[in-house]
Each structure stands twice: as structure tokens, then as C-alpha cells.
Design a protein around this ligand. Structure first.
Ligand code: GLY
Length: 387
């Protein structure tokens, strides 16, 4: 395996060209989607605007921050700031919020504060962090994912692997407030995830139910995966990226080890074409893809590659580039007429028909993480998940 530098050098021209296509597209889309909290697209290719309280609402503004920071095209910054205003009703939607406030605000308000020092954005992000902090179950040592009951089902003591991506807002709040309780909670939750979500073979469980008093796991559920014990690829990707981010914030080696374990499992289970299947343990036919899993995993693999040194890093960088090149070749639409870029995302699997269409569609966070990954290759100076 070639080392990190050699692999990056071989691919840098492609990464630059790919970014030029991304910028060419979104410099047009940002003008017409400025007043939307964009998620997927309708049948005409126009962004659909989602509720401010939904977990995906920050990605469109976050994507515009990434693009502004690299290009300095002011139109992107205008859209990012408009997104923040559109999300304000969610800040006071107490019952409608759950653990995903980190996804929602840290890459948007958190970015606007860290990059440009905006005090209002800082306060929005602190409110979001405090809301996540309040979800910690002290006796069990975990952050509750969702609220209350779903029908007869009590979900109060459920954790999901995705929550690792919410922890950066807690690390950030600790630093800004000089209050290490936020970091203590983030680390307690990440430790729980190593113990209860990561399986010995490096795959991860999506949902774990805990005993509220002891924190011990009492059940796992398939959640987004094909079945209990299966391996939902986006969940594996959240694990890779989430753990390496916790490592970067804390420098605690156990988080890097966990990220590498899941990464090695992910790489070993990719198909020869590197197009991410929705679940590594689903039947091989029919084939369902999830482009978002590839984009998120690529971000995590690049970060692992940067942390482990240039010799070991080659394998992780190579896998990331294989994933990104496959998405670029087979699933990306750079035409400005279509508001979305990546196709073949899968929101839920197995599909729940009340929410159709939710398989093989464009999803905003696919576009967000694909762009973030390409910018990592280009050496962009802002990492939205760091302090
Ligand atoms: N965080 C929710 C999902 O990945 O579907």
C-alpha cells in the first residue's frame, strides 16, 4: 500500500476538479434555495424545505458555510445566515427537540461563531448544547436519544450510534464555558457506545436499550438496519466518524481504536465497486444503496488516516478515495438544474411505506458530507466538528 502522501498526490487533481463541479452547481442552487431548510428534492429537482425541528435542518446552511469558507463567494454566507434565522423557532420547541441538536446547530451557528465571532450564533449554539446536556441520564451514564413513548414503546432509555456526531457541541461548550461537565458527559456517552454499541467484530448496533439505573444494555433493536444483529451501513459510518472526532477532541486512544476497528470492518465489507450497500448483512438481492453512508464513512476514514501517520494512513485514505470516486462516478449529478447532488441515498431501511419515498433518493446530508470529504482532501482550514 502506498503511503498517505503518495495517494493524496495521485488524487488531488481529481479532488480539485470535483470541487469545481460542486461549486459550479451550488453557486446557482444557493440563490434559489436561500429561504429553504433544504432536504431532499421534489420530482422537478427543487429542494424541499423541512421543519426547523427536524434533525437534518442544519445541513443546508452548514454546507453553505463549508462552501463560503473555501470560495469566499458571499452568496453562500448569505444562505448560511438565513438558515440560522429560519431555524430559530426550533430553539424554543422544547418538546420537539431530541439529541440531534448537535447535528442541527454546531455546523451552522457553531460555524458562524467559530469562523466569524457572531455572538448571537454563539448563544444559539450554547442553548443547543445545554439542551443536549439535559438529556443525560445520570444513573445510567448515557444520553437519551428520543423522547417518551412511541405508542406502547418506552424509548426513554434508548441510545443510538448516530449520537456520537452530537458530542462535538458538548466538547465545544466545555471550552467556551470553561466547564468540563460537558466533556465529562460526552466522554461517558462515548465510553458507553464502545461498551454497548460496538460488537467484537467491529460492526455496530444502531439502537441499544439500557437499564435506567445501571446503564447495562437490556436489548438491541434493528432500527434502521435490516434486522437485529445486522449492520446498517450509515450507522457504521456514524461510528467511524463519531469515534475519531471524540479522539481528536480528547486524545484518548480508546476512541481512535474504536474508530479503526469499525473502519476495518467497513472496508472489509465494501463491495468491489465501492458503492455503499444499505446494510452489510442484508440479502444481496435486491441491491439497495445508501450514498450517505459512503460520504460519511469517507470523512471518518480521512480523519483516521491523518491521525495514524503516513504509512498506516495510506490504507484508510485509499478506502476513502475509493468510496468518493465511486459516488462521483455513479451517483453524482453536478448539473445546476437539479438542486441535489448525490442520488441513491436511503433514509430508512427497510422502507416504511408511510414515509415513501425513502429509498434511493437525494438527501441533504449526503451532499453535505460528500463536500466535506472533498474539502478535507483539499486541506480546507475549517473542520466543522472540531472546536
Ligand atoms: N441520524 C439519523 C439517521 O442517520 O438516519
Amino acid at each position: 500500500m502506498k503511503n498517505y502522501d503518495a495517494i493524496l498526490k495521485e488524487n488531488i487533481y481529481w479532488a480539485r476538479e470535483t470541487f469545481a463541479k460542486i461549486d459550479g452547481k451550488f453557486s446557482k442552487v444557493t440563490l434559489r434555495s436561500r429561504d429553504k431548510l433544504s432536504d431532499g428534492v421534489d420530482k422537478n429537482g427543487f429542494h424541499i424545505s423541512k421543519s426547523p425541528s427536524g434533525w437534518t435542518s442544519g445541513f443546508w446552511g452548514g454546507l453553505n458555510h463549508l462552501l463560503y469558507n473555501y470560495t469566499k463567494n458571499e452568496e453562500y454566507l448569505k444562505t448560511a445566515r438565513r438558515s440560522e434565522e429560519l431555524m430559530d423557532p426550533a430553539l424554543v420547541d422544547f418538546a420537539g427537540l431530541y439529541h440531534d441538536v448537535g447535528f442541527m446547530w454546531h455546523i451552522l451557528s457553531g460555524a458562524n461563531y467559530r469562523l466569524y465571532g457572531d455572538e448571537m450564533s454563539k448563544n444559539r449554539n450554547l442553548h443547543a448544547a445545554a439542551s443536549l446536556f439535559s438529556r443525560y441520564v445520570l444513573s445510567g451514564g448515557f444520553i437519551r436519544a428520543w423522547n417518551g413513548h412511541w405508542g406502547d414503546e418506552n424509548v426513554e432509555n434508548w441510545t443510538i450510534i448516530d449520537c456520537l456526531m452530537n458530542l462535538p457541541i458538548l466538547y465545544w461548550a466545555s471550552e467556551v464555558l470553561h466547564d468540563d461537565r460537558f466533556t465529562q458527559i460526552a466522554k461517558a456517552h462515548a465510553d458507553m457506545a464502545i461498551r454497548d454499541h460496538v460488537r467484537p467484530d467491529g460492526s455496530v448496533a444502531h439502537i441499544v436499550e439500557h437499564d435506567r439505573e445501571t446503564g447495562e444494555p437490556v436489548a438491541t433493536y434493528a432500527g434502521q438496519g435490516y434486522a437485529v444483529g445486522s449492520s446498517w451501513s450509515r450507522g457504521q459510518a456514524w461510528g467511524i466518524y463519531g469515534f475519531v472526532i471524540s479522539y481528536k477532541h480528547t486524545r484518548d486512544e480508546k476512541y481512535l481504536d474504536a474508530a479503526k476497528r469499525i473502519a476495518n470492518y467497513f472496508i472489509a465489507n465494501c463491495s468491489d465497486d465501492w458503492l455503499p450497500r444499505v446494510d452489510f448483512r442484508a440479502p444481496s438481492e435486491p441491491v439497495y444503496y445508501d450514498s450517505t453512508a459512503g460520504a460519511i464513512a469517507a470523512c471518518g476514514l480521512i480523519e483516521i488516516a491523518k491521525e495514524v501517520g503516513e504509512n498506516e494512513g495510506g490504507a484508510f485514505l485509499n478506502a476513502a478515495i475509493n468510496l468518493l470516486r465511486a459516488l462521483d462516478k455513479s451517483f453524482a449529478d453536478y448539473s445546476p438544474e437539479n438542486d441535489a447532488m448525490l442520488g441513491y441515498g436511503t433514509v430508512r431501511y427497510p422502507s416504511r411505506k408511510e414515509y415513501l419515498p425513502d429509498v434511493h433518493i437525494s438527501i441533504i446530508y449526503g451532499d453535505y458530507y460528500f463536500t466535506e470529504a472533498i474539502l478535507k482532501l483539499l486541506g480546507a482550514d475549517f473542520d466543522p466538528w472540531m472546536k
